[in-house]
Design a protein around this ligand. Structure first.
Ligand code: ATP
Length: 899
């Protein structure tokens, strides 16, 4: 067994030395048994992180607020000078509140942790001679891995084979240009950036492909060593949370001033001879209780809980959110830029046309199986192809290339072809070049080059037609038959059917065989072998999802590397092209200025033949209009656009690691409809956040104003500290949380998006809070006024206070039912349709009755038994804010119906 530090300076060793020291095989990899054993010795391939929250830490953080500390201190003072039961009760209520807060935040943290697990990277590994995909955390030193453009490098590795490979090492070395990688050993004393024969954990492959042997995993990797213990990146507060933090601070100032006045006025209005420490302690406790109850410092934490709940619902609908802030942003998305392949279509590509160059350009039938010219094209399409047949004979690789292999499998013996015509060199496919080329050794020692790519890209360089008569290339020049425009037309007519069209060409190699293939020399003067048409059916749910976006005021834009006509046909099939919509090609895009582009956006639904860098411009152009843009991407070159977009959306199935890293959200099913579902959930979350903010702040305004007015008009305090705390921390807390579970309003996807600059308090929320808060305060003051008789304070004060305590508690429990929907009345929603809320209300009401009628509760909460008249008054007044809100909604519905 190899030891803890498996190999020194692996970059200077030859592959044989590496194989020996790491006891592995650079062709067949480790055995599974060996890999299992090594995993026990070396541990999982992950960086040990610090800074994760322990349960205790989370629980204690519930008390970290200085106002809570002050409350406990005030409780203790008042216990010393007066009533000890108050102190005990305050501590119990604060503890109860901490438990609720802890349970919710714990659940939210677990939800966020679980999301991280879902987005875990995987890597291609060969073990026991078989290549399969394993979780990157299970890699061990000695493993043989295969990475290609777009993959994250999962561990430090010594390169065995490098094909045109470049790696972005910026995260490790700060070098912004991609670095070329080779398999040749370098000097043992090379500095990190010069270790060309190594790839390092934390970097990513930007070009080509590599086979490599893992040398160090987890914390022993370079990135692990540099950082030592890497602190877990705790994401900062979301924009909404920042806004709420700011609001809490502003409100805290107002509440503290109000409480200061209540405290001072409470003392000053007493005759001087009654001033004593008990009076001061009582007033201090009242003021502090009110401050604790009314300052909404818990809002950002509840927002986390609601966002986490939203993210769980999104996972259930196949959208994995990587940052919590995305849940919030999703609700305001008003432009979705989507890839075509796999997102709007099924990514089930099938070759439906094979048109050999020998056939007359005017003939419409594709040639059929067994035709030697068809065999020739398919031979080229198989060799110039990175997809492979897995042990079960199924093609694996990109959908386009897999489709070609699947078609070729009917025509030719693929394994034999690989043996006879091994690939010696290649220029890989990129979305920018839209073609690839490979060189294969012929029997006479010369090289044949095959080129496969987007029809117009290849046809541009075609100068003759021909066939491939294996094993040697025979060109049949038939100048008089060959008109390039016939072939361009042919390609265009296939594209107009929504097919992806590839041209296949060949030539004898002209560049020296000892050198790399040259695009200039080896991709010019080509002989066209034929065209291939590939069909990819649209997703059945795409049209409905696009329709939904339209009614939700969201513009959908298709961005594709495919030909304009292919794109247009597909766009028509999914209902994306309305009468006025236009298609803009990458070429046209390049000629537009930023302003011109922004001006055209309103009518564009399709961008075709775009290069990845165009995506960034498109996002920026939309953002210049103040749009909130969701943009999909899968390739390594999509990363800048994904980062720039408000919501970068990566593909879970076909996407690269790099694109996933750059994105806010991952689609587990690559499906466009999932983005729309996530937007819908985002809107629901935002609605729910608004609802509980409205609810909590209305209650707070009501209480502060009630006490403030009472003191100003020289009434005794209508509520006592423990009653205030009870209402806010217990009666209010549970219904507010239950609001987070409210389901979608019926108009959630038929109203316009809320806009980038809209405030969470917009659309009348602040006015509602102020008005309904004032209504609650005034109503409760009236109840107090009716029941309290200044001539017989001892006889009437306890019942008057109890009636206000009950009325305020119940008015909040009733009011929450009206807050549930901004549109529908309770009887339209059903009382139990949010059963958590229903139970919170039932429980709150029962507890309230117990507090009034059970003798021990009466003692603890300073309540008195209410007679039936008093109780009836409290309950009926409590219903008024609820009834007013419902009546307003009903009237609005009626006026809408008559409009
Ligand atoms: P979509 O937006 O539909 O997902 P895309 O932007 O990913 O498509 P690319 O994969 O960049 O499109 O392909 C662009 C063009 O390059 C295709 O239209 C096709 O003609 C050609 N092409 C695609 N894959 C290959 C390949 N493996 N080899 C050669 N040419 C290819």
């Amino acid at each position: 067994m190899i030891d803890d530090h498996p190999v020194d300076t692996p970059w200077s060793k030859t592959s044989d030395e590496i194989n020996r020291t790491l006891q592995t095989n650079s062709a067949t990899g480790l055995t599974s048994e060996d890999a299992r054993k090594r995993l026990r010795v070396f541990g999982r391939n992950q960086l040990t992180t610090t800074g994760q929250h322990s349960a205790l830490h989370l629980f204690l953080s519930q008390f970290a607020d200085w106002m809570v500390g002050l409350l406990i201190v005030a409780g203790i003072i008042s216990g010393i000078v007066g009533d000890l039961s108050d102190t005990v009760l305050i501590v119990l209520i604060v503890l109860g509140n901490a438990v609720i807060g802890f349970a919710q935040e714990w659940k939210a943290e677990r939800a966020i942790e679980a999301l991280k697990g879902l987005a875990e990277p995987h890597v291609q590994v060969t073990r026991d001679g078989k290549t399969s995909t394993v979780a990157a955390v299970d890699l061990v030193p000695g493993d043989l891995i295969h990475v290609r453009a777009g993959d994250a490098v999962p561990a430090d590795c010594r390169i065995v084979t490098a094909v045109e490979a470049e790696v972005d090492e910026a995260p490790l070395t700060g070098e912004s240009l991609a670095v070329e990688k080779k398999s040749d050993p370098v000097a043992a004393d090379s500095a990190l950036p010069d270790r060309q024969s190594m790839i390092f954990s934390g970097t990513s492959v930007t070009r080509g492909r590599l086979d490599a042997i893992v040398t160090c995993t987890g914390n022993s990797s370079e990135v692990g060593r540099i950082a030592g213990m890497i602190a877990a990146a705790t994401p900062g507060p979301t924009p909404l949370q920042q806004r709420l933090n700011q609001l809490s601070r502003q409100l805290a100032v107002i509440v503290l001033v109000a409480c200061g006045i209540i405290f001072a006025a409470g003392i000053l209005r007493e005759p001087f001879e009654r001033w004593n420490s008990k009076l001061a302690a009582d007033m201090l406790l009242t003021a502090v209780s009110l401050a604790v109850a009314a300052i909404p410092e818990g809002l950002p934490a509840i927002v986390t809980v609601v966002l986490a709940l939203g993210s769980q619902r999104m996972v259930a609908r196949n959208a994995i959110v990587r940052r919590l802030s995305a849940v919030e942003t999703l609700g305001s998305v008003n432009v979705i830029c989507s890839d075509k392949t796999g997102t709007l279509t099924q990514n089930l590509m099938t070759v439906v046309d094979i048109i050999p160059a020998e056939s007359l350009p005017s003939s419409s039938d594709s040639s059929t199986s067994g035709d030697p010219s068809v065999t020739g094209i398919m031979t080229a399409a198989t060799l110039c192809n990175d997809a492979r047949l897995d042990p079960d004979g199924r093609p694996t690789g990109s959908a386009t290339e897999s489709a070609l292999l699947a078609a070729a499998d009917h025509e030719i013996d693929i394994p034999r072809l690989y043996r006879n015509r091994p690939r010696v060199q290649e220029i890989p496919f990129t979305s920018v070049r839209k073609r690839m080329s490979t060189a294969h050794a012929a029997d006479d020692g010369s090289h044949i080059v095959f080129v496969k790519g987007a029809a117009e890209q290849v046809l541009e360089s075609v100068t003759s037609l021909g066939t491939l008569d294996s094993p040697t290339l025979q060109l049949t020049q038939s100048g008089e038959l060959f008109r390039l425009s016939d072939w361009t037309d042919r390609a265009a007519s296939l594209a107009a059917d929504g097919k992806r069209v590839l041209a296949i060409a060949a030539r004898q190699r002209s560049s020296p065989t000892s050198e790399s293939l040259s695009a200039e020399q080896d991709e010019s003067d080509l002989t066209l072998l034929g065209l291939i048409g590939i069909q990819d059916p649209v997703r059945p749910e795409a049209a409905a999802a696009i329709q939904k976006c339209q009614s939700a005021g969201i513009q959908t834009v298709m961005i594709t590397g495919d030909h304009a006509q292919t794109a247009q046909a597909i766009a028509q099939q999914v209902g994306l092209l309305s009468n006025h919509a236009t298609v803009i090609s990458g070429q046209q895009l390049a000629s537009l200025s930023d302003q011109q582009l922004t001006a055209q956006l309103a009518t564009v639904n399709v961008f075709a033949r775009v290069a990845p860098e165009h995506k960034l411009r498109i996002v920026q152009a939309f953002q210049a209009r103040d749009d909130v843009v969701a943009m999909t991407g899968d390739g390594v070159n999509d990363a800048p656009a994904l980062k720039q977009a408000d919501i970068g959306v990566a593909m879970g199935i076909t996407g690269t690691d790099v694109s996933r890293e750059a994105s806010e959200m991952i689609l587990a099913d690559d499906n466009f409809a999932t983005i729309v579902a996530a937007v819908e959930e985002g809107r629901v979350v935002y609605d729910n956040i608004r609802k509980f903010i409205a609810y909590l702040l209305t209650s707070n305004v009501g209480e502060v104003l009630l006490l403030f007015l009472a003191v100003v008009i020289n009434l005794p305090l209508p509520l006592l500290p423990v009653q205030i705390l009870w209402i806010n921390l217990v009666t209010d807390g549970l219904p507010a949380l239950a609001l987070g579970f409210e389901t979608a309003e019926r108009d959630v996807m038929t109203r316009r998006p809320r806009g980038r600059r809209s405030s969470i308090f917009g659309e009348g929320l602040s006015a509602t809070v102020m008005i309904m808060g004032t209504v609650m305060a005034v109503l409760n003051l009236i109840v107090f006024f009716l029941l309290y008789d200044a001539r017989t304070p001892d006889a009437t004060l306890p019942a008057a206070r109890t009636a206000v305590f009950t009325c305020l508690s119940l008015s909040q429990l009733f009011y929450v039912l009206a807050v549930r929907s901004h549109e529908h009345c309770l009887w339209q929603l059903g009382f139990f349709s949010n059963y958590r809320l229903a139970w919170a209300i039932v429980l709150g009401s029962i507890l309230q009755v117990l507090l009034i009628y059970v003798p021990v509760c009466q003692r603890w909460f300073h309540t008195a038994e209410l007679d039936i008249r008093q109780l009836a008054m409290a309950v009926s007044v409590a219903a008024i804010p609820f009834l007013i809100t419902e009546a307003i909604k009903y009237t609005r519905q009626q006026t809408k119906a008559t409009d």
